[in-house]
Design a protein around this ligand. Structure first.
Ligand code: SF4
Length: 344
């Protein structure tokens, strides 16, 4: 399959075309920026709450105006924890699904969630609304996960999340859950224990996939603590080994060409819970990432200069700039027409 994909400078031709097409649109929504977790490495400050009513309505108007010209719409839900604002998520998704069916637009939906609130009833509703792809992060098995992924009240979250996964597996619902397993130098044993658990209970269920990620400095007030935990270099090696072991089950990004981050795609935009528009879902406190705002009538006011900085990779096809425009920008900038290679 790898060799049959037509590529340009390592990028899938189809993927490039889809990222530029006016008939495809990716809308990233932050229904709330509050979270029920306090992970030790979290970069969010939780200053913004739930989307207010005017913003939910404006988002629905935007979708009403946009869907008739689309062949494919992808909704992505971030937060905070998006399932803390289920009412808003269901409301917007229901509105969108009706329009998508009416205009024959293919609709997909993906939630980045901690999984804590993903009970079967919620899952059923999300599947009905075609919001059936999930990314849930796990920091190893219980003893490791419960030291970093804490609930707001300071308790470990592993048992509840695992119970949610098993409950989901016991249904016949059509969903896809990617478990993003964070690997540090200090949690190898625990990651391997988690793999044993996965092998015993979920390996034969094709709705579950594993994706191993060596954890980087994700910032936040506890970023320093995590940086010190990953100072050795063997986490990437274990990730590679496990990705090989689960080949067919683990997600291999390279097999479809270089990764293109949604932040770099011209037809992808995010709406924060305060109405600001953004590109990157990580640099939430970075002014470069405030590329405009949505108005009450569903129109967008865009800062074109900022917008074009994020999508510039399409003019260079530089794999770093396309794969993570934020990191590229942080290391490459210009003073007038003089390129500056590294900003310290
Ligand atoms: S620009 Fe980089 S940090 Fe931001 S969402 Fe994309 S890959 Fe993540």
């Amino acid at each position: 399959m790898t060799n049959s994909i037509e590529k340009i400078q390592g990028f899938s031709k189809v993927h490039l075309a889809n990222s530029l097409s006016n008939e495809m649109f990716q809308l990233i929504l932050f229904p709330t920026e509050q979270c029920n977790f306090r992970c030790v490495y979290c970069y969010e400050d939780f200053e913004i709450g739930k989307m207010p009513d005017w913003l939910v309505n404006a988002t629905k108007i935007l979708l009403t105006n946009k869907i008739p010209s689309l062949k494919k719409l992808s909704l992505m839900w971030f937060g905070g924890e998006p399932l803390l604002a289920k009412d808003i998520l269901f409301d917007i998704a229901e509105h969108t699904l009706k329009l998508a069916e009416q205009y024959n637009c293919k609709m997909t939906g993906n939630l980045t969630t901690n999984g804590f609130l993903l009970d079967v009833k919620t899952l059923e509703r999300l599947v009905q609304l075609k919001q059936n792809e999930f990314q849930i992060s796990i920091d190893g098995d219980k003893e490791s996960h419960d030291t970093t992924r804490l609930t707001r009240s300071g308790r470990g979250s592993f048992d509840k999340i695992w119970a949610r996964l098993i409950d989901a597996a016991n249904t016949t619902l059509d969903f896809h859950i990617t478990l993003r397993v964070h690997v540090t130098d200090l949690n190898h044993e625990s990651v391997l224990k988690f793999c044993d658990r996965f092998d015993t209970e979920l390996l034969h269920d094709s709705r579950f996939k594993l994706f191993f990620k060596p954890i980087g400095d994700l910032g936040g007030s506890n970023g320093e603590k995590i940086t010190s935990l990953i100072s050795k270099k063997s986490a990437p090696a274990l990730c590679n080994e496990l990705t090989e072991r689960y080949a067919g089950n683990a997600k291999k990004l390279d097999s479809v060409g270089h990764y293109i981050c949604y932040a770099g795609k011209p037809n992808s935009i995010g709406i924060r819970a305060n109405g600001n528009l953004n590109k990157c879902t990580v640099a939430l406190n970075d002014d470069r990432n405030v590329i405009g705002k949505i108005n009450q009538d569903g129109t967008l006011t865009l800062n074109n200069e900022r917008f074009s900085t994020w999508v510039k990779g399409f003019t260079t096809l530089n794999s770093w700039q396309m794969g993570c425009p934020l990191s590229y920008m942080n290391h490459n900038s210009a003073v007038g027409d003089i390129p500056v290679k590294k900003v310290s």
